[in-house]
Design a protein around this ligand. Structure first.
Ligand SMILES: [Zn+2]
Ligand SMILES: [Zn+2]
Length: 266
């Protein structure tokens, strides 16, 4: 079992140490855990940088990696909150630090954070969701130093009730455009199981999007729980594994030093 989306105390919304996560991962018989703590540059209306100091992060991650090396593999990645105009700053960050894995996430649309600023409020659901996928496309068109696109239909969490989420076919052409771009850029997507903890009855992304990804030739998928507490490590991992197999995927992928490795789904 591999968890490629986890948040330690190096994330603004994390409280548990890397050791806490490593201990729990060992208890859960996991093979590998990859920390993907947050860096969100120029976020919110005030455009402030939120994130960890890479020097401290890697110092700690290296210690934990070494201390647990006989029991579990520990990797250090990052989840970046992208905006098209931040290309240069993120390029510098990624280039200058030895990340194993980079998740690209859309947490905000321009200056409005989807969660903190209630992005969907005051807009029709279709207007909000169209703007979200248009913005996602702009982001991946302008920035390509990443490995997987994170929690693709994250915005679904932020409608007042799940019943307000537009039918997939009303905006699927926009998602298709995003998927094609990811595949042609040889990037991947993640399955993020946190959707199930946020009132949805599916993982991110939902089955419609996964099927579309498969149909278009997409293969690269990582699995992550988005755990902010060690208990959530590998959350619903088995269901994802079975579902991917059912959809016809042969492998999932893990990353080390930004290189991808297939892991056969048995
Ligand atoms: Zn995220
Ligand atoms: Zn996350």
């Amino acid at each position: 079992m591999y968890d490629f989306h986890t948040h330690s105390e190096f994330s603004v919304d994390g409280r548990y140490s890397m050791e806490d996560f490593a201990e729990k991962a060992i208890e859960k018989n996991m093979r590998c855990i990859c920390f993907t703590d947050h860096i969100d540059l120029e976020t919110g209306k005030d455009r402030i940088d939120i994130g960890f100091i890479p020097y401290d992060y890697f110092k700690k991650a290296k210690q934990v990696k070494y201390n647990y090396k006989n029991k579990i593999e520990v990797l250090a990645g990052v989840e970046i909150g992208i905006k098209p105009e931040l290309k240069k700053r993120y390029d510098e960050l990624i280039k200058n630090n030895p990340f194993d894995f980079v998740i690209l996430s859309i947490h905000a649309i321009d200056t409005l954070d989807i969660h903190y600023d209630n992005y969907t409020k005051g807009k029709s659901p279709l207007e909000a969701i169209n703007a979200y996928y248009d913005y996602m496309y702009q982001c991946i068109e302008s920035y390509d130093n990443y490995d997987v696109l994170g929690h693709i239909d994250y915005i679904d969490r932020y409608f007042d009730t799940p019943g307000l989420i537009p039918e997939f076919n009303t905006y699927s052409s926009k998602v298709e455009k995003v998927m094609k771009k990811i595949i042609s850029a040889k990037k991947g997507i993640e399955i993020n199981t946190a959707g199930l903890r946020y009132g949805l009855d599916y993982f991110h992304p939902k089955a419609d999007i996964l099927k579309l990804y498969k149909e278009l030739g997409g293969e690269i998928i990582t699995i992550g729980s988005d755990a902010h507490t060690p208990e959530h490590l590998n959350y619903e991992y088995e269901s994802v594994r079975k579902f991917l197999k059912y959809l016809g995927f042969k492998n999932i992928y893990i990353f080390r030093e930004r290189k991808k490795f297939p892991v056969f789904i048995d």
